[in-house]
Write a protein that binds this ligand. Structure first.
Ligand SMILES: Nc1ncnc2c1ncn2[C@@H]1O[C@H](COP(=O)(O)OP(=O)(O)OP(=O)(O)O)[C@@H](O)[C@H]1O
Ligand SMILES: [Mg+2]
Length: 374
């Protein structure tokens, strides 16, 4: 079947055609695009078997690039279409859960034992998570204390904190149930669910003891995650994303969404004089989205005394021409587009393509890496 709205760069057809597959899937159910990555175990690194992306919009009679909520039957149809087109044979997956449907909080507790933390968690959840306890699935981890857990004492001596930080993560049971029904319909066994920011950290960053900020420039929302000493330390969602750039172009220039999306992708944040109009429309939205990243970095700096030293961009919005340069100016730091496919073995002929589209697949790839670990 011909599926016209599959993105042109989406398929690893050449990869998957002749291989006997034994891999696992990572699935990222974005609001504008569904992404999958299939990996199998390799000797030193995971091996990429196939990957693919499909726009959700057309499954709800909306244009490509629009964020939509699909009815379950359409979601099943879309997953099946994508698996077919990508020739993904695996039916075992790790599925990423959007941060906007989750709660991630760092809480500070006294230096109590793990057993006592377990007892304290329900009270903490009630305090920090605005949803009844029985409606969420909760997970928590003690955050190992890095150097920042020590305080500068009055005489300048370093002294230990009397508290510890715990990362609290909660997912709505309803959402998990909904996903379970959809994946059952698509005949996929879900090995695990994971909030997307954890997969992003796995795929987008190399091991480092320094604090980095990952910004996921999705269509509907932007997500900011601070990773320090290799672990999630702060997470935040902003209800503004890359589709807002398209909406702004559409309104300001009086063109429809499809045309505005084309202009955005073709021209981007261009410094050329003839593109001044598009630039002036995009700039305030981008400014707003990145300012939130600056705010999150400062918040983390104040809490930990540690300065973010690198910003890593993922999500489709990271493909916008000129966004890296804009972000370098804004943050005054090293900024890069993620290269998540560097974490997996892949054929040399795909190198350029995978480099270009890497940021889009960071979440799905992170989920697939998780599925391999299980
Ligand atoms: N080359 C490009 N230039 C600019 N923007 C692009 C480009 N390619 C994709 N985008 C934008 O990326 C966005 C889609 O990104 P992505 O697939 O990460 O979103 P999503 O995961 O579906 O959304 P969300 O994470 O908010 O649920 C769209 O707004 C699209 O316009
Ligand atoms: Mg996304």
């Amino acid at each position: 079947m011909e599926i016209p709205f599959l993105n042109k760069f989406s398929l690893g057809n050449g990869l998957a055609l002749f291989k006997k597959e034994s891999g696992v899937l990572g699935i990222d159910f974005g609001s504008a695009n569904l992404k999958i990555v299939q990996l199998k175990k390799g000797k030193t690194r995971p091996i990429l078997e196939t990957y693919g992306e499909i726009a959700t919009g057309p499954y709800a009679q909306m244009p490509v690039g629009k964020s939509v909520r699909l009815v379950d039957t359409k979601a099943v149809e879309m997953i099946s279409d994508l698996l077919g087109e990508a020739r993904a044979k695996s039916r075992e997956a790790s599925v990423s859960i959007p941060l906007r449907s989750s709660f991630v909080k760092i809480i500070t507790l006294p230096l109590i034992s793990e057993k006592e933390i377990t007892e304290a968690i329900p009270y903490e959840v009630r305090k920090h998570i605005p949803v009844p306890l029985d409606e969420v699935i909760i997970n928590w981890w003690i955050l190992p204390q890095g150097e920042f857990s020590k305080n500068q004492g009055e005489e300048g001596f370093i002294k230990e904190h009397k508290s510890q930080e715990v990362l609290l993560a909660a997912i709505h049971r309803d959402l998990v149930q909904k996903y379970q029904n959809i994946f059952k319909g698509a005949e996929i066994g879900v090995k695990s669910f994971e909030i997307e920011i954890f997969g992003n950290a796995r795929s987008a960053l190399n091991p480092s003891l320094h604090p980095s900020l990952i910004i996921d420039l999705g269509a509907q929302t932007s997500r900011y995650t601070v990773i320090d000493y290799g672990l999630v330390r702060l997470a935040h969602t902003l209800d503004s994303g890359s589709a807002d750039l398209t909406d702004s172009i559409s309104k300001s220039l009086g063109v429809d969404f499809v045309r505005a999306e084309r202009l955005k992708q073709d021209i981007g944040f261009s410094q050329r004089p003839e593109n001044k109009e598009i630039r002036s429309v995009i700039e305030p939205v981008l400014e707003y989205i990145l300012s939130e990243g600056v705010r999150v970095s400062s918040e983390y700096g104040e809490r930990s005394g540690r300065k973010i030293n690198k910003v890593c961009l993922i999500g489709g919005g990271a493909l916008l021409g000129g966004v890296v340069e804009f972000a370098i100016n804004k943050f005054g730091l090293e900024v890069e587009r993620a290269l998540p496919f560097n974490k997996v073995e892949h054929p040399a002929f795909l190198e350029d393509n995978l480099k270009q589209i890497g940021p889009v697949f960071a979440t799905a790839l992170g989920a697939a890496m998780r599925a391999l670990e299980e």
